[in-house]
Write a protein that binds this ligand. Structure first.
Ligand code: F6R
Ligand code: MG
Ligand code: MG
Length: 371
């Protein structure tokens, strides 16, 4: 093709079947109906999926990022699905559609967005990840492993076209600033920031000079929307999505997936207020149950050809990830035994944005000075 293709992954929780458990198939069918109508007109191709209670729209098109027609299409799909969710009495119907009015872009209205425009290679392997019951910073550790850790990605050592490393665009989610850090030279600075995933999140990864990929084109992009900031109150965790290109001068598919073989602790889980392991699961198990969790991630692999999505492959439907799931279950059990105690429950500082103000308000007249 040689033309630029944009991959837009836009997700929202518009209602859950039995609490915040899973997306009802009728919502996926409704969204598919909306996207199907505009194939070969507005979009090249689409795939609709879910992780837990999050409806995920994967679209390819030639309109570029932040395009009002594409965002309008996603908004329409979510609104129609939310209407069905209301009819079925699904839980939290329309939860993430925080505004009545669409103004050209879904950012700031509730949905999460990860978009990248790429020059399609003759063979373009892409993996779309989606996580439920966690936040954007949950991608920090796996993205670091994929693109900067030679113990994860052998290609950083072995493949001369990856040897120079990658650049990371990191967003400060509180002060709304961004900084670019280059690895391996600035690895320790990068880790200083992204080791605090509630504050700093990797937004994009870029190649460097010497890569077969244009250094201006991202090779990974994550959603970084924060619901409580948009709504001004707690309405659920942000449940992020991530798009990663692979192979031929980039981490191999297996190096991308390897980053999830360790079920690291992420913030989210019950009431968005508990640390728990991120369990890599096939679609079949993309439905959190225990204590509304534990948090989980799916990975769908596609080859993109002339803008079409060939696939998907359900990348975690492999017994090779059984051990990660087993470890996640053990860690989940260990963390659960702490009940309301930190570090299972997120820090006091994090609860300041959610439930703590109400508790403190109730007790405020009963506090006495220390003697
Ligand atoms: C976490 C999540 C759930 C809910 C919990 C309470 O992201 O979605 O754990 O926070 O089920 O939900 P409400 O307050 O809607 O009853
Ligand atoms: Mg929900
Ligand atoms: Mg969710």
């Amino acid at each position: 093709m040689g033309e630029r293709v944009t991959i837009s992954v836009i997700k929202a929780d518009v209602g859950g079947l039995v609490g915040h458990h899973v997306v009802h198939p009728a919502l996926e069918e409704t969204a598919e109906g909306v996207l199907e109508e505009v194939v070969d007109e507005l979009i090249y191709d689409y795939f609709v999926t879910h992780v837990g209670d999050d409806l995920v729209l994967i679209m390819t098109h030639g309109k570029g990022e932040d395009n009002s027609e594409i965002h309008g299409l996603a908004w329409k799909a979510f609104q129609k699905a939310a209407k069905v969710a209301k009819e079925l009495g699904l839980y939290g119907a329309g939860q993430d559609l925080l505004s009545e009015a669409f103004s050209g872009n879904v950012k700031g209205l509730g949905p999460g967005v990860a978009e990248m425009s790429i020059t399609e290679r003759p063979s373009e392997p892409v993996i779309v990840f989606a996580a439920d019951k966690t936040e954007a910073g949950a991608w920090n550790l796996p993205l670091f492993k994929m693109f900067a850790d030679p113990f994860n990605t052998a290609g950083l050592i072995i493949d001369p076209s990856m040897h120079q490393g990658f650049r990371f665009e990191v967003w400060d989610l509180v002060e709304h600033k961004k900084v670019e850090l280059s690895c391996p030279e600035e690895m320790y600075d990068l880790l200083a920031l992204i080791g605090s995933p509630g504050r700093f999140a990797i937004k994009r990864v870029y190649p460097k000079q010497g890569s077969p990929i244009d250094p201006n084109e991202p090779v990974a992009v994550a959603s970084t929307e924060r619901l409580y900031e948009i709504a001004g109150r707690y309405v659920g965790k942000d449940d992020p999505v991530l798009v990663v290109r692979a192979q031929h001068g980039l981490p191999a598919v297996g190096e991308v997936l390897e980053a999830f073989a360790f079920p690291h602790l992420v913030a989210g889980w019950m009431r968005g207020s508990h640390w728990g392991p991120l369990m890599p699961v096939p679609l079949e198990y993309a439905a959190p149950t225990r204590f509304d969790g534990p948090p989980r991630v799916i990975g769908l692999g596609f080859q993109i050809k002339d803008g079409r999505l060939i696939g998907p492959e359900d990348m975690f439907a492999d017994p090779a990830f059984d051990y990660a799931r087993e470890m996640a279950n053990k860690v989940a059990d260990y963390m659960r035994r702490h009940g309301p105690f930190e570090p299972h429950r997120v820090s006091y500082h994090d609860l300041e944005y959610t439930s703590m103000p109400a508790v403190l308000e109730k007790l405020k007249d009963r506090f006495r000075p220390l003697e």
